[in-house]
Design a protein around this ligand. Sequence first.
Ligand code: SAM
Length: 288
Amino acid sequence: MPLMPSAGLRARVALDRHDFRTSHALGQNFLLDDALLSHLLDLADVSAQDNVLEIGPGAGVMTALLAGRAQRVLAVEVDERLQPVLESVLAPHENASVRYADFLKCDVGALVDGAFGGAPYRVVANLPYYITADILLRLTTCARRPERIDIMVQREAAERILSNPGCKQWCALAAIVRHYGAARVLEDVPAAAFEPPPHVESCFLEIARYAEPPVRPADEAAFLRTIHAAFAMRRKTLANNLKSAFGLSAQQAADVLDRAGIDGRARGEALSLEELARVSDALQEAKY
Ligand code: SAM
């Protein structure tokens, strides 16, 4: 049997043949090294039962390696210039398919149900950093949430996601991710591993969905609105943020915080997930 060239080599040849130039605006910092990617997929523990959604396959090296390990891979790529490259790199992998679309405009449920039926799925990706937060918010709050998310992100984003209440970095994204699952850094990845190298540090992050969420607010959608409201204006007190977000009077905002057992002068960024859930429930009880 002829020896198959590595996915990285196939990608380099295809990128060259199509004279592909990476776009900085689309966050195109590719990983083309089979050995590094195999190591990352080992850390992510990708196995033969997995249905994998990849956001931003780029030249498709990670996609090809995922397809070699997983049951099915669906990749969503916004840049149609990559189509001939991906067709060539993924030709040996019948279990991998690519949808050319902006992930942020996709209906995640329709996308994954179309590819995987109703089966559980996970996300593995080297994300475009300029939309990391938007992608994570969609994945962790949509009706069809993944079981696990393994993503390459900017180190700064990882620090925010791993931050705790009261820290400077604690933000709506951190609170929402913490409600979804447990995050940890699997590996720091040097800028030199990417082509072209980004001007920031990167790390590969695992977020494993909780079987039972840490808090149980009465209404999930109201809880998310409360989290966004609490962090909307960082220099404002929570009471003032609630007033602007829910159109409350000062007295109504004070009553909600009182009912939730929160100090009226507290700032949103000091609140734990449990306290945010109490505020959300108090807003619900008062029918705001
Ligand atoms: N996975 C590839 C790799 O590791 O070499 C590429 C990763 S690169 C950091 C990010 C990829 O996301 C690029 O291919 C880029 O075109 C794609 N991308 C950027 N914005 C996107 C969007 N809104 N929806 C889907 N893909 C997007």
